[in-house]
Write a protein that binds this ligand. Structure first.
Ligand code: GLC
Length: 651
């Protein structure tokens, strides 16, 4: 037995009595289940905590508090959730899951009004809803809810935390999982912890990263990236911090009202764990871990993607698993593709957004060529077993052209020039661009700039409607369906930003809301248009009706072919045309062959037998009685072709 195993055993044996006392009135059976789970993970918890905090004189106390926090949450865990705890998260790999995301207020109004969306969510086959942070926020700007003042209260106007709990429970009964955020990197500057820090109250005076002098700040600055350059450098000078602690520099990676937490201090981790377990006991099936790369800071580094950030997530995951073993972490890391995938691990965040495929979908539409996209699908989507991508075309955030420079060079593309082209294209400043987006957070020093805009506006629907150009409208709808086809059939679990399924365009009046004025991401977070949904439902021949019907077909395709989608392997095919992407997905003798044209021109690609080897005749997925003739396939602009064959179709 190595010393870690021995120390872990000894520590947990010593802790046993204290934990017993904390488990309150729990039945013998539940106690046993808890201790079994703890026992399974005790060595891992000890090892991770020791790597982070083993150097501290109070390490034994740290370990004890972490485990006691988990024990308390276990005794608070409601009965209706306990049954599912043993089931694990089969949904991650069942090939059927479809996610949607929405702001409660902009989508439905209040928590109780979310019920009105029931029929719509079902019609899209939505299995999971990510509700954008609904928590209490400061007055004034709140970064779309990512400046959290309290996890235990909702933002005013949304309803109560109990109503949210009931909604989550109802959704659970309907078979749908609810997902909420943990904004672990920072809190709002009026969070209870921040207010206490301002007063210099221990232990909160060490909850944030505060510096007395500009000189200290200067020691860090040269290595740091500016995430929100409009907001200035990632430190803020707070003269309103009173008393002996007044006039400090506070680390704020994002906006100045979001203060970065100091995970060098284990009390921060203990406090955040407690908030996470509160959310776990509300009944969420997944926690979206916001801004994972930034959790740990070390002088002389970029303070992004550091090994300790991974240790923190692994330790949190392990402790949450002791309480609620089926909860999954979703990683939000918008960094270099190597670093993005490093967070997506079964023992860390088993699920991760795939910002690379998202950005390259738009890249392919702008260039009419699929080489970068095909290359990324083939070489950058592999994940360790037990982990999974969340694949999407738009979210509430901007689009960053986050492909790897080395990948671009290998394909003969100059990455800097290409990013500049893509930005100009989507900002609508290139002569024949159909897109209507806007530049977001331009960094004058590095030249880095991202793009805001609703998917429909980026795909050309807004300009086409304005021009009253029927053909352009048709092309825009096809672009959106081509992009969604990729999200629904390539890798991972598809995610819809609600509003995209009815082609909602940019909200150009976002600036009328004073707290949104300086953040043009609000352009692509419009209030949901229920009237348009009703019209689109009534008439599937209108542009938005076609889009909605097309997305519903994709949702049905996933259910119909769940075994194929549950196998995470994708085989990218040479189609014989630079503008057409092709890939095959297969499992247990069933196969899907998918072709997506990213060019507006008609194209001709290889015959099915030349595209994909194997026996049997391909049929149209929507019409199994219609065999596909084995000759070169002609596609119109942005057309998709989805074919299937299975052992039973082999003649
Ligand atoms: C994440 C969120 C983004 C927010 C940032 C800071 O990237 O998705 O909306 O601005 O974190 O919390």
């Amino acid at each position: 037995m190595d010393w870690i195993t021995a120390s872990a055993r000894e520590s947990f044996d010593r802790l046993q009595a204290k934990i017993e006392a904390d488990l309150g009135s729990m039945s013998a059976k539940r106690r046993r289940a808890f201790f079994d789970r703890l026992e399974d993970r005790s060595e891992e918890i000890f090892r991770l905590a020791h790597r982070l905090y083993g150097w501290r004189w109070d390490f034994a106390w740290v370990l004890e508090e972490l485990v006691l926090t988990a024990a308390r949450a276990t005794s608070d865990r409601p009965k209706w959730l306990r049954r599912g705890d043993a089931d694990g998260a089969a949904w991650l790999h069942d090939g059927r899951s479809i996610w949607a995301m929405a702001y409660i207020d902009r989508f439905a109004g209040t928590v109780s009004e979310l019920e009105r969306a029931e029929g719509h969510l079902s019609s899209l086959g939505i299995t999971h809803v990510h509700l954008m942070p609904p928590y209490a926020v400061p007055d004034g700007p709140d970064d779309g809810g990512y400046a959290v003042s309290s996890y235990r209260q909702l933002r005013s106007g949304l309803g109560s935390i109990d109503e949210l709990g009931s909604y989550i429970k109802n959704q659970h009964q309907l078979g749908r999982g609810v997902v909420l955020d943990v904004v672990a990197n920072h809190t709002a500057d009026n969070h209870r912890w921040a207010e206490a820090a301002k007063r210099g109250e221990p232990p909160f005076d060490e909850f944030y990263l505060m510096f007395d002098t500009r000189e200290e700040v200067e020691e860090w600055l040269p290595d740091l990236r500016m995430i929100f350059p409009d907001a200035g450098e990632p430190f803020v000078w707070r003269t309103d911090v009173a008393g002996p602690y007044g006039g400090k520099w506070v680390w704020s990676t994002f906006f100045d009202f979001q203060w970065d937490l100091n995970y060098q201090n284990p009390q921060v981790l203990i406090a955040m764990l407690s908030e996470m377990l509160f959310l776990a006991n509300l009944g969420v099936v997944a926690l979206r871990m916001d801004a994972t790369p930034f959790l740990w800071k070390a002088k002389g580094t970029t303070c992004e993607n550091l090994p300790e950030a991974h240790l923190i997530l692994k330790l949190m995951a392990s402790l949450v698993a002791v309480v609620a073993p089926s909860i999954v972490f979703l990683s939000e890391a918008i960094v270099h593709p190597d670093e993005v995938s490093a967070f997506v691990r079964p023992d860390e965040c088993p699920l991760g957004y795939n910002p690379l495929i998202m950005a390259l979908t738009w890249e392919a539409l702008a260039t009419g060529e699929v080489r970068m996209l095909a290359d990324a699908l083939a070489n950058r989507t592999g994940l360790p077993p037990g982990s999974q991508w969340l694949t999407y075309i738009r979210s509430h955030d901007d689009i960053g052209w986050g492909f790897a420079d080395e990948d671009a060079w290998r394909l003969g593309i100059d990455p800097g020039a290409h990013r500049a082209f893509l930005t100009e294209f989507y900002a609508g400043s290139v002569a024949d661009s159909w897109a209507r987006g806007a530049r977001f957070q331009e960094n004058p020093i590095t030249g880095d700039v991202r793009i805001s805009g609703a998917s429909a506006s980026l795909a050309g629907l807004e300009t086409a409607i304005e021009a009253g150009d029927g053909e352009a409208i048709d092309l825009a709808v096809r672009r959106l369906l081509a992009a969604q086809t990729l999200a629904f059939t390539s890798v991972g679990i598809p995610l819809i930003f609600l509003g995209d399924e009815i082609g909602m365009t940019n909200d150009h009046r976002y600036g009328e809301e004073p707290t949104h004025r300086t953040d043009n991401r609000w352009m692509h977070r419009p209030r949901y248009d229920w009237a348009r949904l009703a019209e689109s439902n009534l008439d599937p021949t209108t542009p938005t009706g076609r889009l909605l019907a097309g997305i519903r077909r994709l949702a049905k395709l996933r259910t119909d072919h769940a075994p194929v989608f549950s196998n995470d392997v994708i085989e990218v095919l040479e189609t014989g045309h630079p503008g057409v992407l092709g890939y095959r997905r297969s499992a247990d003798g069933s196969e899907l062959l998918i072709l997506i044209s990213f060019t507006r021109e008609p194209s001709e690609v290889l015959a099915p037998s030349a595209l994909a080897s194997g026996e049997g005749t391909w049929c149209d997925v929507h019409d199994l009685a219609r065999p596909i003739v084995d000759e070169p396939i002609e596609l119109c602009g942005y057309q998709t072709a989805l074919m299937t064959r299975s052992a039973s179709h082999v003649r």
